[in-house]
Design a protein around this ligand. Sequence first.
Ligand SMILES: [Zn+2]
Length: 416
Amino acid sequence: MGKELHRREFLKGAVSIAATLTLGKAEAAEVPRRSFTELGKVRTRPLSGDGITRLLDGVGLNRPSGISVFKDLNARILDNTEALRLSQEYVLPLQALPITTNYLALLESRKVPARFLDEVHAFNRLHNPNYRIQNPNAVRPGQMVWIPDWNTGFYDTPEERALEAREVMSGIPYPKLKTALEQEKNRGQKLRGIALILDPGHGGEDPGARPIALDGMKQEVTVSEAVVVHDVSLRLMRLAMREQAEVFLTHFSKTMGILDERGRFPTWVPNDTYNIGRGGNPDISIDDQDRSLRTRELIAGGLVRGRKLNLKKTAFVSIHMNSLPPDMDPNKEVYTHRTDTDTLFANAFAKNMGARRRLKGLGVLRGNPVTNNCLVELLNMANSRRSWILRDPSQRERLAKELMDGLVSTARQGIL
Ligand SMILES: [Zn+2]
């Protein structure tokens, strides 16, 4: 209630200020990358590779509420897509206003409580390229100050921030990754209405298989299954989201992301992975292997209950690489636990991927709450030729595509 009132006043104030500000134009036009083409509004042009998240990161307002204000402000330009166009200017969720008398009067004119003085000052020092104020209590009039929009979450109390963080944890885990991927979302429809829970095998304290491979100089290198399957899982997530699937991960590494650097294996960092449900679920990154498998099931269960995924077509896919004797080179394998319904999905998925279907009561599938569940072994990492080519991101992308094609065909048959 109080917040809504503030908001209306904030917006109303914006109109009158903009009307009185025709003189500061020349000064404001010098801002690199940003130009105040309309006074009061701060506009920016994305650079190559920028998405909404990165633009907002640049001004420290990348929180879910900041993103939604950005979308509101730019609704007409964004249309239905979240992709940004390079030549387009976008309005940031903040305003540039000159100090006419003193700092507190400026804040007051925006209905920003005086206690935010230090925060607004710190925000400007960090993000506003034209800001020269050293001491906010002794300011000469004329400086342009950036004031974040009321609804970006900038003025939230610590309790409100914690609440938003909790909502993010339960609703959209790994928000930055998901927001970034969502920007390329609306491209196809092939997995519309389908939810996927992807389980990158291993992670945290558990590196998975660690075979030795020979690099291009015939030097021995140790390769870690956890790192490779994490990358493949994120690639599959990206492909599936482009086709409208709702995708969840059982865990996610903040430091690894999708690794596009060529020619080098991503390195495994022990305990790097964090559990998406830190608030409620145990953390797989410190659990031993058995508990870690059970935890994945718990996380899947939490998603099924919390997001009502049992009402949707949902599949759980655990992604692994085999570690067999090096000369064994089987095709992909799809494992499933033995119940009639899983076998239906796993059979079709395996067939559509050209994989062998195998039956085994594997830990992560035994008590899994998602009916359509399976574990995929993509290739034999102990085969050094096989594992070494995985340092090439396009090879990992190829594996993700094969999984994706299998899912799409299975969905098309109505089995998923
Ligand atoms: Zn494995």
